[in-house]
Structures are given as structure tokens and as C-alpha cells.
Write a protein that binds this ligand. Structure first.
Ligand code: ZN
Length: 132
């Protein structure tokens, strides 16, 4: 799947955003290494801290279905560029430190690496020790 198609799926997913408080509708489309796509949206909550972003929603769906290998994620906020927040960057780093992140600014797709967005990310190994 090319990046334009993945971004289009992220944009289509926005319609299911639950964002009554901010009105900021975000959609994400997560591409696995095997070519499957999981979409996600931001889901706000009256207790603001319980809000979850579109990127993490997509990852939670995929991981809960047994996926562990990811190649790209597109994030769409319509006419505004939505670059993943710090929590999402850290969340993605756990599962996909090499993932490609697709956003859009002024109608042009932008490609980011997670390494660019989260240099020296934090990760424990399976024993709970710091890993690199
Ligand atoms: Zn986020």
C-alpha cells in the first residue's frame, strides 16, 4: 500500500472521532509489515486524562489482535497537520522504533522517522532492564 492510500484511510477514519470537547478530529491508519491496516481515532473523555489519541487507538487495536510488526502509520487531522504527541511517540517506540510516520502539511505528504521525532527513546528489555 502506498503512503497516499494509507493517508486517505487515516482521513476517512476521522469521521469516527469522538472529540466533543476539542472538536479536533484525528484519524490514524497503521500499516503492518504484512500489509494489514488498522485504523484509529482520538477518543476524548469527560475526565480529560482518560482521552486517547488516534495513533494509540490504532496500535491498541492491532496489538490486541496479535500484531507485532509495523511499517508505517499515517495521521490525519484534515486541513491541519497532526504530528504525534509525546505520549504516542513513546508508545510507538515500544513496538516499532523504526516505523515511518506520515503526516500532511499544505496538501503535501511528509515522512518522518520515529528516530527523528523521539531521539534516544526509552525502552526496557524483556527482563525490565534498560535497553540501549
Ligand atoms: Zn498522542
Amino acid at each position: 500500500m502506498n503512503r497516499e492510500e494509507l493517508y486517505k484511510l487515516a482521513t476517512e477514519a476521522r469521521k469516527n472521532s469522538y472529540s466533543p470537547f476539542s472538536g479536533f478530529r484525528v484519524g490514524a491508519a497503521l500499516l503492518t509489515a504484512e500489509g494489514r491496516v488498522y485504523t484509529g481515532v482520538n477518543i476524548e473523555n469527560s475526565s480529560y486524562g482518560a482521552t486517547i489519541c488516534a495513533e494509540r487507538t490504532a496500535f491498541v487495536k492491532a496489538i490486541s489482535e496479535g500484531e507485532r510488526s509495523f511499517s508505517a502509520i499515517a495521521v490525519s487531522a484534515g486541513d491541519e497537520e497532526a504530528v504525534p504527541c509525546g505520549i504516542c511517540r513513546q508508545f510507538m517506540y515500544e513496538f516499532a522504533p523504526d516505523i515511518e510516520i506520515i503526516t500532511c502539511r499544505d496538501g503535501a505528504l511528509r515522512r518522518h522517522t520515529l528516530e527523528e521525532l523521539l531521539p534516544e527513546g526509552f525502552r526496557l528489555d524483556e527482563k525490565g532492564d534498560l535497553n540501549g
